[in-house]
Design a binder for this molecule. Structure first.
Ligand SMILES: [Mg+2]
Length: 268
């Protein structure tokens, strides 16, 4: 009798423990399940994301940065939040840091000729200075470019520095490589551009090359032409950094080019 009771008790304990384990296992499974489910459309070639929402914003950004997507006019409307988070949430700074780390390592490894002829070309907008305060209040590139409001912003001279680029800039000066600013900003914006650059801590550049007012040429045409003048004058362009492919395409490009991220606008 007592043995039978004990046996029943043991069975009960086993059953309770077993069901508790089963409940725990089910709970674990339910915790894991959403993750697996969420990953499915991301890795599948026929994922729902592509069918329902167009190209996902991260794929769109990659296509833009790799220059597979060209001549685009605005950020896709449903990517405004994505681009905003990318720009303001730390990812943009991290990506920029990787670019500049490579540029600094490259510059440190250069053997200079000793005649002070080595120069490095810097773009200004979204490279040396950031217009993020403007774009943050204008849809992060989802709205068509508005020259009137953008130029009004430029003329405030309040664009903040891009700290990673400034780190490279200061490093180059310490190494004896002369910075040259080459920008699509026009000559009539020289004074405010100089003031803005100085306010943000830039000094000691060799040249500031701006586009003549009314100059009709593509960005590649203008910028490669200005780089050719530098080379013809005996300078060696050891590096060239910009946020647009049009900053770094067109001979002479420079011995090495560096592309900073810019998912907000495209200049061809
Ligand atoms: Mg730029």
């Amino acid at each position: 009798m007592e043995t039978a009771t004990t046996a029943r008790l043991v069975l009960l304990v086993v059953l309770v423990a077993g069901s508790a384990w089963a409940v725990q296992a089910a709970a674990d499974e339910s915790q894991k399940a959403p993750l697996i489910h969420a990953l499915r459309p991301m890795v599948g070639s026929a994922g729902d994301l592509g069918r329902r929402g167009g190209v996902p914003c991260d794929s769109w950004r990659l296509a833009v940065e790799a220059y597979n997507k060209r001549d685009w006019r605005t950020v896709p409307a449903d990517c405004e939040g994505y681009v905003g988070h990318y720009m303001l949430g730390g990812h943009y700074r991290r990506d920029s840091r990787v670019v500049v780390n490579e540029a600094v390592a490259y510059a440190e490894g250069l053997k200079l000729g000793g005649k002070g002829k080595e120069v490095w070309v810097f773009d200004i907008d979204e490279t040396s200075l950031s217009n993020l305060p403007y774009y943050a209040t204008h849809g992060f590139g989802t709205k068509p470019y508005n020259a009137t409001s953008f130029n009004a912003y430029v003329l405030e001279g309040s664009a903040p520095v891009l700290p990673e680029t400034q780190r490279l800039y200061n490093k180059l000066i310490a190494l004896g490589i002369k910075p040259v600013f080459l920008t699509g900003r026009t000559e009539d914006q020289r004074a405010i551009t100089v003031a803005n650059l100085r306010r943000q801590g830039y000094s000691g550049w060799m040249k500031l090359l701006l586009k003549p007012v009314g100059f009709k040429a593509s960005a590649v045409g203008f910028k490669s032409g200005e780089r050719k003048k530098l080379v013809d004058a005996g300078y060696v362009i050891v590096g060239n950094i910009g946020d647009q492919w049009s900053d770094i395409l067109g001979a002479p490009e420079g011995a090495r080019t560096f592309k900073l991220p810019d998912p907000i606008y495209y200049i061809g």
